[in-house]
Design a protein around this ligand. Structure first.
Ligand code: CDP
Length: 788
C-alpha cells in the first residue's frame, strides 16, 4: 500500500453536512449509504480502460499529493496477505485486485482511500497506470477455437478457455426420438447479457473494531450468512474468524440476484478497515455497477424439437454455450453448473430430452447470476416457449390448442420430467384457458386475419411457463457446500408479543408483512404484535438468503413449522392451566379450549404469560422455537401469459397493446403483494424483450455501460398489465404455497417474442432474438420488402 508522506491537511470541504456529522449514526433499518461512523474513510476504485492488458506500472505519486488521500492500495499490497484472489460461488477464482493483468474493461486495478468521498474520487483520477494491451476474446465461440489466446494464464495447467461441459438426460433415447419424428424444428437462440440495474448500487461500510476484536460490515447482500462464512474462509488466516464477523444487510434497494456475489470492493473495504483500524465506506456509482458487477444470461442456444404429424411433441435436444466472462462467478447450486436449465422441457409431456452446456471464458466481467430467476430457468423457459411456438406454426396449428394438446395433464402430477424433475402440482390448461377468456383470444385471432388482409402487422404470443423455485432439498442443493435450507426463529414474550427472525433477506418483497401474516394465521397473534427481522448475522438464525424466489417455499415453510412447534408446547401449557389432558383440547388460531366446553379456554397470550410465570413443573420455561427447514422438493409455480403486439411498418417499433398474465403460485399469502411481484416481474420481463442488452465491441469495450445506452424502460414505455390467478396448492409445502417473485420475469419475454414472430410469420420470419429493437424489425421488414 502506498501511504501519503505529507501531513494530513483535512478534506476537500465538499462533504454533505448531514452525512458527515459524526453524531448522525444509523445502523439497521436504513440503506448502506446512510451508515455514517465517526472517522470514516472512503474508498474509490481505479478501473481498467482495457479489456485485456498487462499492468506494467501503477504510479500513486500524484494521487497521494491530493489533500485527504491517505493510501493507494494495489494487488501487490493484497498479495502480501494472500488476499489478491478470492473464490467465487462456483469454486472458480476471481481477482480482488490484479498483480499481473486485467481481464475486462472496468475491472478494479487499484483502490484509493481518503478522508472524503470527493478526495477518493480525485485520487482515482490521479493514479497513473501503464498498461500493455493484450489480444481480446469477446466471442465465446471464438474463445473455444483452437489457437485462441488462453485467458486464464493464472491457472498453470489451463490450455484453453473451456470451463466445463455438463449434460443431462438420455442422449440415445433422444436421438432415437428425433430419428423417428415426423416433424422437427431447429433454431439458434441468443439470450443476451443483461444487468439487474437495481435502484441502489452495491456498497458497504466495513468497520474493524480493534477494542471489540470484531468486524462489522453493513453491506448490500441478499445472503448475509453465506457471505460471513465466505469472508471467514477467505480471511480466517489473517484473524477474521467467523465468530468475529457480523454482517448486517440493512434495507436494500433491489437485489434481483445481483447482490448475491462477493464483489472486490467489499473485500478491499474490509482489508482497508483492518489495516487502518477505521471504518471504510465503499459505494459504487451507476456506471461501475452496470459495467463491472455480475451479469445475467449470455446463453448461445441451439434447440431442436421433435413431434408426430398429429402435433404430439416427442423430444427436445439442446446445445448451449454459456459465456461466463473471465471467471465462473455464477451463484448456481454446486451440483448444477448450468443452474436449473434442465427444467427446459417446461410444461410439456415430453418423453425424451437431452441438454448439453459448455462454459467459456471471455474478456468480460463475470456473468451467470440468477437475475430474478431460479438459476437459468429464464433461459430454459424462453427456449421451450419459443420452440413450442415454432413447432405449432410449422404444423399450422393454433399455438394455444397446440399447447393444450401437449401439456402435462392435472392427473399426471406428481410428474417426473424426462430430465428428472418431479413437478409437484399443476393445471396448465386451466391457466391458459383463463388467459384466453380474459383477453378474448378467438376475437383477437379474427381481428388478426382482417388486419393481415389490410397489410397491418398484428401478433398474438403465448407463454405457458413452468417455474422451479424453492432451492432446495439438501440432498441436491448446496452453495460452496452449504446446504440450501432456510430458517425461522420465533420468540414469544410474556406479554404475548413476538419477534421472528429469518435467514432470508427482503429486498423489497414485503417479507415483513407476509411472514407476520403466516405467524398470525398459525399462532393467532395479531400481525401488529409480531416483529419480523432479517439480515443481521448476529441475531438471525443461519439461512442461505433470498434469491430465486426461495423465501416463501423455504423460509415461509420454516415459519409454519416453527409456529407448529410452539403450538405443541402451548397445548401442554394450556392443558396445565385448564387442568385437562392435552389431547382433550381443541385449537383454533389463538385459542385452546376444552372439547365440548368452549368457555373453558386459554388464549395464546394467556399461555405466553404462563410460559414465564406458571409453567408446568418439569417443563422448561419460555415459548420459543426454531426451524431449519429442508424442503422435500422444489415448488413448481406456473402461468400462462398472452400478449398482443402491433408493429409499426415505418419504424419497426413493437407496441405491446395488451398483456394478460394468469399466474398460479399455489395458496396466496398476500394477494396485494403477489400482484405487486407480478407487476414488477412483468416489467423486468418486458425490458429485456424489447430494450435491454449489454454487448461488447471487438476490443471488449462495453456497450450499454450507462443509462444512456442501457435502456431501462420507464412507466411511459411499460404497458398496462392485466393480471389474474388460478390456485393449485403445492402438496408438500406446509402452507400449500409456491414462490412467485420471479415468475413474471421468467415468463414474459417469450410471450412478447412469440407475438412478434406471430405478426411476421407470413413474411417468412421464424425467429427474432431479444431485445427486439426497432432497427432489428425494420431490417427484417426491409429485407422482405414491407417497409413503408
Ligand atoms: O424469495 P422472494 O421473496 O424473492 O420470493 P417469493 O418467496 O416468491 O415471495 C415474494 C413475496 O410474495 C413475499 O412477500 C411472499 O411472502 C409473497 N408471496 C405470497 O404472498 N404468496 C405466495 N404464494 C408466494 C409469495
Amino acid at each position: 500500500m502506498a501511504l501519503r508522506t505529507t501531513p494530513e491537511v483535512g478534506g476537500m470541504g465538499h462533504s454533505i453536512k448531514r452525512k458527515e456529522d459524526p453524531r448522525f449514526i444509523r445502523g439497521k433499518g436504513t440503506y448502506v449509504d446512510d451508515v455514517v461512523l465517526p472517522d470514516m474513510l472512503y474508498l474509490d476504485i481505479v478501473r481498467s480502460p482495457f479489456a485485456h492488458a498487462k499492468i506494467k506500472k501503477i504510479d500513486s505519486t500524484k494521487a497521494l499529493a491530493i489533500p485527504g488521500v491517505l493510501a493507494v492500495i494495489t494487488g501487490q499490497d493484497l498479495a502480501k496477505y494472500n488476499l489478491h484472489w478470492m473464490p467465487t460461488l462456483m469454486s472458480d477464482t476471481q481477482m480482488v485486485l490484479p498483480v499481473e493483468k486485467v481481464m475486462y474493461q472496468a475491472q478494479e486495478v487499484a483502490a484509493v482511500l481518503a478522508t472524503t468521498r470527493y478526495g477518493a474520487a480525485d485520487g482515482v483520477a490521479a493514479v497513473e497506470v501503464e498498461y500493455e494491451p493484450l489480444p481480446v476474446v469477446v466471442d465465446p465461440k471464438k474463445a473455444l477455437e483452437p489457437g485462441a489466446p488462453v485467458l486464464r494464464t493464472d491457472k498453470k495447467d489451463k490450455k484453453d478457455n473451456h470451463i466445463w461441459h455438463w449434460e443431462w438426460g438420455n442422449r440415445a433415447e433422444t436421438d432415437r426420438a428425433f430419428t423417428e419424428a415426423d416433424v422437427t424444428v431447429k433454431q439458434d437462440i441468443y439470450i443476451p447479457r443483461i444487468h439487474v440495474a437495481s435502484i441502489e448500487t452495491c456498497g458497504c461500510v466495513a468497520h474493524w473494531d480493534k477494542v471489540q476484536d470484531k468486524l462489522t460490515v453493513w453491506m448490500t447482500t441478499q445472503a448475509p450468512h453465506a457471505i460471513r462464512t465466505v469472508f471467514a474462509l477467505v480471511a480466517g488466516h489473517v484473524g477474521l474468524e467467523e465468530h468475529k464477523i457480523r454482517i448486517i444487510s440493512p434495507d436494500i434497494g433491489g437485489g434481483f440476484g445481483g447482490k448475491v456475489p462477493v464483489y472486490p470492493g467489499y473485500v478491499i473495504a474490509v482489508a482497508a478497515s483492518v489495516l487502518t483500524g477505521k471504518p471504510v465506506k465503499w459505494i459504487e456509482d451507476r456506471m461501475e455497477n452496470l459495467q463491472a458487477d455480475s451479469f445475467a444470461r449470455d446463453y448461445h442456444i441451439t434447440a431442436e424439437l421433435a413431434a408426430k404429424k398429429d402435433g404430439t411433441l416427442t423430444a427436445l435436444r439442446i446445445k448451449t454455450l454459456a459465456d461466463h466472462g473471465y471467471t465462473d462467478a455464477a451463484a448456481n447450486p454446486s451440483k448444477f453448473p448450468a443452474g436449473l436449465f434442465h427444467v427446459c422441457t417446461g410444461s410439456y409431456d415430453l418423453k425424451a430430452a437431452h441438454v448439453e452446456v459448455d462454459g467459456a471464458y471471455t474478456n468480460k466481467p463475470p456473468g451467470g447470476i440468477a437475475y430474478r430467476c431460479s438459476f437459468r430457468v429464464t433461459e430454459a423457459v424462453h427456449t421451450i416457449e419459443r420452440m413450442t411456438d415454432l413447432m405449432a406454426h410449422q404444423l399450422g396449428m393454433d399455438p394455444a390448442e397446440f399447447r393444450i394438446k401437449n401439456f402435462i395433464k392435472p392427473e399426471q402430477f406428481p410428474y417426473k420430467s424426462a430430465l428428472g424433475w418431479e413437478y409437484d402440482s399443476g393445471n396448465y390448461a386451466g391457466a391458459l384457458r383463463k388467459a384466453m377468456d380474459t383477453i378474448g383470444y378467438a376475437d383477437l385471432r379474427r381481428e388478426q386475419v382482417e388486419k393481415r388482409q389490410r397489410g397491418e402487422l398484428m401478433g398474438i404470443g403465448i407463454s405457458s411457463f413452468t417455474e422451479i423455485v424453492g432451492a432446495g432439498p439438501s440432498k441436491h442443493f448446496d452453495i460452496l457446500g452449504l446446504k440450501m435450507f432456510d430458517s425461522c426463529e420465533i420468540r414469544i414474550h410474556p406479554t404475548g408479543k413476538a419477534i421472528a427472525r429469518f435467514g432470508t433477506k427482503s429486498q423489497g418483497q414485503g417479507h415483513e408483512t407476509t411472514y407476520a401474516q403466516i405467524l398470525a394465521e398459525e399462532l393467532g397473534i395479531p400481525a401488529k404484535d409480531i416483529k419480523v427481522e432479517e439480515g443481521d448475522t448476529d441475531t438471525a438464525p443461519y439461512g442461505l438468503g433470498t434469491y430465486a424466489s426461495r423465501s416463501t417455499p423455504v423460509a415461509g415453510a420454516a415459519a409454519a413449522v416453527a409456529s407448529r412447534k410452539i403450538l405443541d408446547k402451548a397445548r401442554k401449557i394450556a392443558a396445565h392451566l385448564l387442568e385437562a389432558a392435552p389431547e382433550d383440547l381443541v385449537y383454533e388460531p389463538g385459542k385452546f379450549s376444552v372439547k365440548g366446553a368452549p368457555d373453558r379456554a386459554k388464549t395464546i397470550q394467556d399461555i405466553a404469560f404462563a410460559a414465564y410465570t406458571n409453567h408446568p413443573q418439569g417443563m422448561e420455561a419460555g415459548l420459543e422455537a426454531v426451524s431449519y427447514y429442508d424442503p422435500p422438493n422444489l415448488t413448481y409455480p406456473f402461468g400462462s401469459y398472452i400478449c398482443v403486439v402491433d408493429i409499426d411498418k415505418g419504424t419497426g417499433e413493437v407496441k405491446v397493446r395488451r398483456f394478460v398474465a394468469i399466474d398460479d403460485c399455489g395458496n396466496i399469502i398476500n394477494p396485494m403483494i403477489v400482484q405487486g411481484q407480478v407487476h414488477g416481474g412483468l416489467s423486468m420481463g418486458f425490458a429485456p424483450a424489447l430494450y435491454e442488452e449489454i454487448s461488447y465491441d471487438e476490443i471488449g469495450n462495453v456497450q450499454g455501460g450507462s443509462f444512456i445506452d442501457y435502456l431501462v424502460p420507464t412507466a411511459v414505455e411499460t404497458p398496462k398489465w392485466e393480471t389474474g390467478h388460478t390456485i393449485t396448492p403445492s402438496p408438500h409445502h406446509p402452507l400449500g404455497a409456491k414462490g412467485v417473485g420471479e415468475s413474471a420475469t421468467v415468463g414474459a419475454p417469450a410471450a412478447i417474442a412469440n407475438a412478434v414472430v406471430d405478426a411476421l410469420w407470413h413474411l417468412g420470419v421464424r425467429h427474432v432474438d431479444i431485445p427486439i429493437t426497432p432497427p432489428k424489425i425494420w431490417r427484417l421488414l426491409r429485407d422482405n420488402g414491407v417497409t413503408e
